[in-house]
Design a binder for this molecule. Structure first.
Ligand SMILES: [Zn+2]
Ligand SMILES: [Zn+2]
Length: 254
């Protein structure tokens, strides 16, 4: 299983990176994009035909889903439009949220059922997509948000925190993962840290240690946050390999 970082800028797009989006692929299976924030559709075009992908959404904040309005245009109107529907997994309200983003009229919803087969996460219930098994767990972030544990056909595991504050569910989700893709949105400064929203580098490192992960890949660092400071904070808590992901980076899982 391979993870290609399409975008990793936290909370919004940055000068060097789109917002959240990660391409997951298993040879011979349908590719899957996990989160679809601003700029992700453009980055995806470097790698494959956007019509080919299934989509997983951790939650419905704009920085994780809003480029799906563009994917709708691609699927419907590109010179070779999509045939049939593709899977779109997300929290309750996904069809309405994407439909509102895509509608040309304020207050109306675009009906996306012609091109997306929308399925709603059920906490703790696995789904199969792209040759992978995906376990969603509800995490500590408004609105309803899911961390995802993705298991490859040969058993390698990627745990993705989604956006979250500290919670036991993320530690459970990341237990012994080969790669823990964890958000770290700010430094460990109480003045900058409302509770139950995001993680600092210190907290990401603590959760990686508690879960016993093999590698910690930090993501969702906003343009206004010092990446090196966040990585150093995590390093103060977790002894294993740590890096901040970058757009275009390819990570072999396992
Ligand atoms: Zn976010
Ligand atoms: Zn969020």
């Amino acid at each position: 299983m391979q993870l290609t970082v399409l975008g990793c800028s936290g909370s919004l797009g940055g000068p060097q990176s789109p917002a959240s989006g990660y391409l997951l692929s298993v040879p011979g299976e349908q590719p899957v994009v996990m989160d679809f924030g601003p700029g992700v559709l453009g980055a995806l075009q470097k790698y494959l035909d956007p019509n080919s992908v299934a989509v997983l959404l951790s939650h419905l904040h704009a920085d994780h889903c809003i480029d799906l309005a563009g994917l709708l245009v691609w699927r419907r109107y590109a010179p070779v439009p999509a045939v049939g529907k593709t899977a779109l997994f997300g929290p309750p309200g996904t069809a309405e949220r994407v439909g509102a983003a895509s509608s040309e009229y304020a207050g109306e919803l675009d009906d996306i059922s012609d091109t997306f087969d929308v399925d709603t996460w059920v906490d703790g219930t696995v789904v199969k997509v792209g040759g992978m098994t995906v376990l969603p767990r509800k995490v500590n972030h408004p609105p309803q948000t899911y961390g995802l544990r993705v298991t490859a056909p040969e058993g390698q595991t990627l745990a993705f925190s989604g956006d979250t504050g500290v919670c036991d569910e993320v530690v459970d989700l990341a237990r012994d993962a080969d790669v823990f893709l964890c958000e770290a949105s700010w430094t460990h400064d109480p003045a900058n840290r409302p509770p139950n929203l995001h993680l600092s580098g210190v907290e990401a490192g603590q959760m990686a240690k508690a879960a016993g992960v093999k590698q910690l890949a930090l993501t969702h660092i906003p343009p206004w946050t010092d990446t090196e400071a966040v990585v150093n904070e995590a390093r103060s808590q977790f002894d294993g390999p740590i890096f901040a992901v970058a757009p275009g980076q390819v990570i072999e899982i396992g």
